[in-house]
Write a protein that binds this ligand. Sequence first.
Ligand SMILES: NC(=O)c1ccc[n+]([C@@H]2O[C@H](COP(=O)([O-])OP(=O)(O)OC[C@H]3O[C@@H](n4cnc5c(N)ncnc54)[C@H](OP(=O)(O)O)[C@@H]3O)[C@@H](O)[C@H]2O)c1
Length: 263
Amino acid sequence: MTNTPVLVTGGTGTLGRHVVPLLRAAGRDVRVLSRHGGAAADGASEAADGVTYVRCDLLGDGTGLADALEGVDTVLHLAGGPKGDDAATRTLVAAARRAGVRHLVYISVIGADRIPLGYFRAKHVAEEAVADSGVPYTILRAAQFHDLALTVVEKMAKLPLVPAPGGVRWQPVDAREVAARLVELALNEPAGLVPDLAGPEVYAMGELTRGYLRALGRTRPHLPVRVPGKVGRAYRSGANLTLAGAEQGHRTWEDFLAERLAS
Ligand SMILES: NC(=O)c1ccc[n+]([C@@H]2O[C@H](COP(=O)([O-])OP(=O)(O)OC[C@H]3O[C@@H](n4cnc5c(N)ncnc54)[C@H](OP(=O)(O)O)[C@@H]3O)[C@@H](O)[C@H]2O)c1
């Protein structure tokens, strides 16, 4: 088996931190690309057997990118943020094509082509950049991760009245299950746009907050609110969900909360 390093952009993020050890367990060397390299907040370098780090800002001038792609056949592109995924992905795919990459795996989000918000639009433009790149590719659209749901409900649950946006539902999925699927896809042949990966249950936003408060043994009054405009309509129509034809993770929101709040 080849052991050219697999490049993981965003290998230091929530998802990437699960992907890297799975690739190592599959016997692959890993090169991680991020803006901070492998430096932790205290400046120490995160050394791990078979893992090297490259510092590169995909929204910067591209310094470090050619070195990151040197000798790489497979790239998992997980780097992302609230803004700029379109531009960052265009930069990456152009360099990947030049470097002769044979498989580019991209993580997108369910509803990328349907939710009229900047983050989703940028993910969709990024998908198109990958699909049009000429580099053989696989794209997986996942639902929101439990970690993100937790960040959102923690903020909402601090308010004296917890907003409960009517008709807005989520299908949160465990980032570890997304990571496992991505690694499986990366180690197989390029497959184009594959079936979405969503969590096992659909929850109204208010149910997510109530579940969180219940797990903490608390209660808070909820205030029904209506998300206005076309964004509200898109969410109420379920454009951020895949109710049929998705692969489903197994870990529920309740499983995640029990584990996270116990630690
Ligand atoms: N979170 C969700 O619910 C969800 C759902 C579906 C899809 N996704 C997608 O999954 C991917 C990973 O999400 P996540 O939650 O793991 O994100 P995250 O925890 O915020 O991690 C983002 C990663 O990207 C790197 N990064 C950010 N901007 C960069 C830049 N300009 N150049 C190079 N590296 C950069 C970060 O490292 P540095 O800070 O060191 O640069 C970090 O490693 C994203 O593409 C996201 O859109 C997320």
